[in-house]
Design a protein around this ligand. Structure first.
Ligand code: SF4
Ligand code: SF4
Length: 144
């Protein structure tokens, strides 16, 4: 799989900024994999069934946190994500999402929003491809 767009200067760099929670406050949905549900449930000391009953909206094709599109994620606390280090796959793999990497100019536009883009060590195209592929594997209903 080719890397769809090269960052113009400095290659691909990303390192999340400690204390920043901007992306958790964005409108939108948080999609989950079945494994995300099990991991998050363990993190909170719940059974997967109970976690799903309380927090998950399941459709025939997708699982997502039960939150209105415009509301902040209910796992966001003053000290960060309450699920960390078991946070959902889409949160873990942001900003290596197809809708960012495969849109012309998407990475540069996202850098205006996410202060972590352009920081940290340079990532190899192989690493970028692996993360992009992991997103597509995790959410086949969205990306097939
Ligand atoms: S917006 Fe970027 S830097 Fe801020 S928390 Fe999200 S990934 Fe990290
Ligand atoms: S699950 Fe955690 S990382 Fe993901 S949006 Fe919610 S607070 Fe942020």
């Amino acid at each position: 799989m080719p890397v769809p767009e090269r960052s113009a200067r400095g290659g691909w760099r990303f390192a999340c900024v400690r204390g920043c929670t901007l992306c958790c406050r964005q409108p939108g949905f948080v999609y989950l994999t079945e494994q995300d549900v099990r991991r998050a449930a363990r993190r909170l000391g719940l059974s997967a069934r109970e976690f799903e009953r309380r927090y998950v909206y399941r459709t025939p094709y997708t699982l997502r946190l039960r939150k209105p599109r415009r509301a902040a994620c209910h796992f966001l606390s003053d000290s960060g994500c309450l699920l960390h280090p078991a946070k959902p796959t889409q949160c873990r793999l942001y900003p290596f999402w197809p809708e960012i990497l495969e849109e012309p100019g998407g990475w540069r536009r996202e850098a205006d929003f996410c202060p972590g883009i352009g920081r940290g060590p340079r990532l190899t195209p192989r690493t970028v491809r692996r993360r992009l592929a992991a997103m597509k594997r995790a959410y086949p209903a969205q990306y097939s």
